[in-house]
Write a protein that binds this ligand. Sequence first.
Ligand SMILES: [Zn+2]
Length: 448
Amino acid sequence: MIVIENVAVATVDASDTYHADGHVVVGDDGRIAAVGPGAAPATEGRRVDGAGCLVTPGLVNTHHHLYQWATRGLALDETLFGWLRTLYPIWGRLDAEIVGAAAGAGLGWLALSGCTTSMDHHYVFPRDGGDVLEAEIEAARRIGLRFHPTRGSMDLGHKDGGLPPDNIVETTDEALRATEAAIDRWHDPSPAAMLQIAVAPCSPFSVTERLMSEAAALARRKGVRLHTHLAETDDEEDFCRERFGCTPVEYAERLGWLGEDVWLAHGVHLDDAAIARLGATGTGVAHCPSSNARLGAGAARVRELLDHRVPVGLGVDGSASQEASHLGEELRQALYTARQRGGPTALKAREALRMGTMGGARCLGRQDDLGSLETGKLADLVLWRLDGLGHAGIDDRLAALVFGPAAPVELALVGGRPVVERGELVNADAETLARDAAGAHRRLLGRQ
Ligand SMILES: [Zn+2]
């Protein structure tokens, strides 16, 4: 048992219940045994004094490309298409050792930023690169995070009118076979799963229509979720209008890609009709405000998405298009992005926290077990320290977390198991992760 007491609690339950002074009790089964105001019930176990802290559900990262940790800091002033054209040839040299080092660093950093569950979208599989998916799954086990890697794919190379070079795409059949094999090998459908797989062809400009529609059929046959990039940039919209004669969301709908089992990365360039279709079908959106800003891609219409009951989660996106890759900071970036578009009431602090927690759990299909602090749910939670120099004196602890600087993580639990304590990783050494990632970066760029 772990008893966290003398602490502010933002539960993110259906009524946004907040206790200025409350407690959370974690049972030996890795689930929340009690949460409420005032002192904790007398129980045995480890007691954590939460004075000066706020406890929230663990943040859920809904879009990432962990391998890109090995190519941070390149193509700094490019649009998405220019950035991709620069990076594709480098990514063509990825192997399992590089991906493992990049994923270890990326996931360790995510844990330190308050993330307890992350997805990953991996879509580059060089022929002689070894088992890159296994490498990142091993990295997640090492750090201790709950992990939802997706088996991505690209089958539309340059010679067929796609954006990626031909040597880094797979055939359609190879991609489908490997995706099914990844589900069979790794996917755990149980409620407390630490590892789930989703199906994730990359984007309209790197994937054929056949792969998109057969991937959707495969995911539904296997009972797993679907993810892809959609409506990220004007270039993508132009591509869809020229090649398919419709908008990206119309294209997705035509191929069976709207529904409660689908979440889409970005959703920046959406007209009113597209937002209404996402809402009506329950299709989720991974909002990645820092990446969209870094690439100058635009600002998602988050207020309108939420008003149409679209499940919206937060994502850091790949580390090569968002070098900070800090999920805690996305709370503030999401707030600022919404307010730049819609004024100071466009998004509230509690709504930003909801996107980062329950919104993410809904995108990943884990809302029954994750995303809020309620009795019986999995004990994935973060105790944020808010009495240090950066936050002390901010009038309200939830405002301190969202409006203030990135908050130090005093304690992060995944299924009741500590993964961060006093700002340090419990299961890995941050200096070693950094050294390995720097080595992977040098090797990938041919500098050693
Ligand atoms: Zn992405």
